[in-house]
Design a protein around this ligand. Structure first.
Ligand code: DAH
Length: 339
């Protein structure tokens, strides 16, 4: 009897099933009232007390092993009742398409990544703003043309509430809340009342930079922007700062980079100048600091603002701005390899 139990135990250990019905058949064969193990228990009753002690233990082990095996086989089969290790029947029939990052998001992340290496952190502000944050606190004179109905979207006939026309408004929000040192980037969407064409849109994206501390100079601004240009467009990129005017910076400048298409030799893209403009910048006007209760006799700072679409156009040579908001998958799919 011992040998029969032993060989049955081996048999049960090696059992396998590919369907739930097979498992049920095995259960009946070994574990039902008339199953093989029940038969052995019948015979067991006739044994002497000494034999019973030894065989009883073996029999119980056999029964437990059979019960465990049946439970294990049941659990290993899928809901459909069959096990097929080469095919996952729960998968969709059509191929799974991996999505892509939008080029504007890619470039925004890259800008943030570059400036984060020189200590910049990120904050955001509201797209619906009041006149003071978008214009007043930024030193725009009351009659400044940028406040004109042509450029600005106003909300519900209330001329005090506007869609922000630039991310410079976030400078004000941050400086009102936080004391220097401040070294931050403000990315976001901005709106302007422009006719939509291949080179203008009624909304686009900017990244604003702000660095306020004691002894921040124009040399810091130039050095940091040069670092950015070389990281973004390559080590051989040159920069050039041209004097300009913004109400919120004094002095102000616009920055060009050497045309990355022709390497500065001159081509239709750079209108044969060898240079392309990428951002506006300058030293934060003392009036702006004072408007935010920052002592302009103690602190100085620089600011810059760039259009993300513009940087993206330069990096990927996208000729039509409308592509960014049309959600044409043939356009978006091209950025698959970027991540
Ligand atoms: N806000 C400006 C614009 O939308 C860009 C800009 C220029 C931002 C100079 C700045 C700056 O911070 O210093 O055209």
């Amino acid at each position: 009897m011992k040998e029969r139990i032993q060989s049955l135990l081996e048999e049960i250990k090696g059992l396998n099933a590919t369907h739930q019905e097979m498992v049920e058949k095995l259960r009946v064969k070994y574990l039902s009232k008339k199953g093989e193990i029940a038969v052995l228990f019948e015979e067991f009753r006739l044994l002497s007390p000494e034999e019973k002690r030894e065989i009883g233990q073996l029999l119980n082990e056999l029964k437990n092993a059979a019960q465990d095996k049946v439970a294990q086989l049941k659990a290993s089969l899928t809901e459909t009742g069959s096990r097929d290790e080469t095919h996952d029947l729960t998968r969709t029939a059509s191929p799974i398409e991996i999505g892509t990052r939008h080029p504007i998001s890619l470039v925004k992340e890259e800008i943030i990544d570059i400036f984060s290496r020189i200590g910049f952190t990120v904050a955001e502000g509201p797209e619906i703003e009041d006149d003071w944050h978008v214009f007043g606190a930024l030193n725009f004179p009351p009659e400044h043309p940028a406040r004109d109905m042509q450029d600005t979207f106003f909300i519900e006939q209330n001329p005090d509430i506007v869609l922000r026309t630039h991310t410079s408004s976030v400078q004000i929000r941050v400086m009102k809340k936080q004391k220097p040192p401040i070294r931050m980037l403000f990315p976001g969407r901005v709106y302007r009342n422009e006719a939509i064409s291949y080179r203008a849109h009624c909304f686009f994206h900017q990244v604003e930079g702000l660095y306020i501390d004691k002894d921040v100079s124009f040399a810091d601004l130039k050095q940091d922007l040069m670092f950015f240009a070389k990281e973004m467009f390559g080590e051989s990129t040159d920069i050039r700062l041209r004097p300009s005017y913004f109400p919120f910076t004094e002095p102000s400048a616009e920055m060009d980079i050497s045309c990355n298409l022709c390497g500065g030799k001159g081509c239709p893209f750079c209108k044969y100048t060898g240079w392309v403009e990428i951002l506006g910048c300058g030293m934060v006007d003392p009036n702006v600091l004072e408007n935010c209760n920052i002592d302009s006799s103690v602190y100085t700072g620089y600011a810059f603002g760039m259009g993300i679409e513009r940087i993206t156009n330069l990096k990927y040579q996208i000729k039509d701005l409308r592509m960014f908001s049309e959600n044409d998958v043939r356009f978006l799919e091209q950025f698959k390899s970027a991540y």
